[in-house]
Design a protein around this ligand. Structure first.
Ligand code: U5P
Length: 371
């Protein structure tokens, strides 16, 4: 049996979700999985005899001006590699996790292979910082295998960091037992006081600038002028209060529902007719896949990996970043043409099944470990 260590950020976000779901699937396939993280990943609920959690504790000694999380993590990784006889350390994000893994590998007595998965932010945000560029490149080049969640991210990584290393694309996936078309749509709508004739639009994110949530609000204002509808906003983050204020200023308070951070997005998605993700940077957009798996067509911007998930005019629409006119026009087209809506929903379900099925993605990661 192979023993795999997994390091990710435990908080809400696509990379943590993927790392956790992958760990759960590996455990179900007989792998022994050791999460090495600062706290229990938020989707890691329920006991599993093949899953272990090792907490990285950072002590606040006065000799350190800043608490050394990265060093504490590397130390913990080295300890777990030896104590649990790990074969592979799979880290999510090159910076800082691959760097910590490299250091841990040097400290550990056991030989270990490092698999690094790039999820985006370390390349698209940190890669711009000259002081970090060299270190991110080192993390990538010293990993045994590197994967990225989209072709777009591979290209961006190669362009920005000038790395020669082969980077394999392994797409994101969803847990199909949770994300699927559900029959209780009307029940959920009534729970949220949404009338049966009202269309439901949804946006899910961490409310950061790059997500351009204000574009979603401006587009919704014009859509709601023409179609009885409600907008559900799921998630929390730095722009949350600003967006609340904008909704208030535009007089949309009774049509926009702020649901905050949610653990079970699948049930909420079951109410939706349309998902909007209008980001200016996005390496994959896991929320799109989640929506499509629940039979909800999506409109997304042409940022990063989004066009690898949404096929324009087939299972959704792609719009230019910041082009609200286009979003409004496409949304109204989709919400008023039930035939088109159904076709997009069906094509979306097919794409999730054919290209992003969890068993297929799991197989790709297992092949990586076995190699
Ligand atoms: N997410 C939640 N609850 C929230 C907000 C986001 O579970 O309140 C999840 C999404 O469902 C998705 C991930 O799995 O966080 C965000 O992924 P991404 O779109 O940032 O890649």
């Amino acid at each position: 049996m192979k023993r795999i260590g997994i390091t990710c950020y435990p908080s809400v976000g696509g990379s943590g979700v993927i790392a956790t779901e992958l760990g759960k699937m590996l455990a179900a396939h007989g792998y022994q999985v050791h999460f090495i993280t600062s706290s229990i990943p938020f989707r890691l609920n329920g006991a599993d005899p093949n899953i272990f959690f090792h907490e990285v504790e950072v002590n606040h000694y006065p000799v350190f001006q800043y608490p050394p999380y990265d060093l504490a993590l590397a130390n913990k990784m080295a300890e777990v590699i030896d104590a649990e006889k790990l074969d592979v350390l799979h880290v999510h994000y090159a910076m800082p996790h691959a760097i910590c893994a490299i250091l841990a590998k040097q400290m550990a007595k056991r030989d270990i292979k490092i698999v690094t998965t790039l999820h985006g932010t370390d390349i698209t945000v940190l890669g711009i910082d000259k002081s970090l560029k060299r270190m991110i490149k080192h993390g990538i080049e010293q990993s045994d295998v590197v994967t990225a969640v989209s072709h777009s991210l591979v290209k961006q990584t190669k362009d920005m960091l000038d790395v020669e290393k082969d980077i394999q694309v392994v797409y994101n996936f969803v847990d199909e037992s949770e994300y699927h078309v559900k029959a209780d749509r009307d029940l959920w709508k009534s729970k949220y006081d949404i009338k049966p004739n009202e269309k439901v639009l949804i946006h899910i994110s961490n409310f950061r600038k790059v997500k351009r949530v204000e574009d979603v609000i401006y587009a919704f204002q014009r859509i709601a002028d023409q179609i009885p509808s409600k907008l559900l906003l799921v998630g929390d983050g730095p722009d949350y209060s600003e967006i609340r204020q904008l909704v208030h200023t535009l007089g949309l308070t009774d049509r926009v529902l702020f649901l905050g951070r949610q653990n079970n997005v699948a049930n909420i998605l079951s109410m939706a007719d349309l998902k909007l993700l209008l980001s200016e940077k996005e390496s994959f957009g896991l929320v799109l896949l989640e929506a499509m798996a629940c039979g909800v067509p999506c409109i997304g911007s042409n940022a990063g990996g989004i066009p690898e998930v949404i096929e324009d005019g087939k299972n959704g629409f792609i719009t230019e970043i910041g082009n609200i006119d286009q979003v409004v026009e496409r949304s109204i087209q989709l919400l008023t043409d039930s035939g088109l809506h159904q076709t997009f929903a069906e094509n979306g379900l097919k794409k999730v099944r054919d290209e992003f099925h969890s068993t297929f993605i799991l197989q790709q990661y297992i092949q990586t470990y076995e190699s």
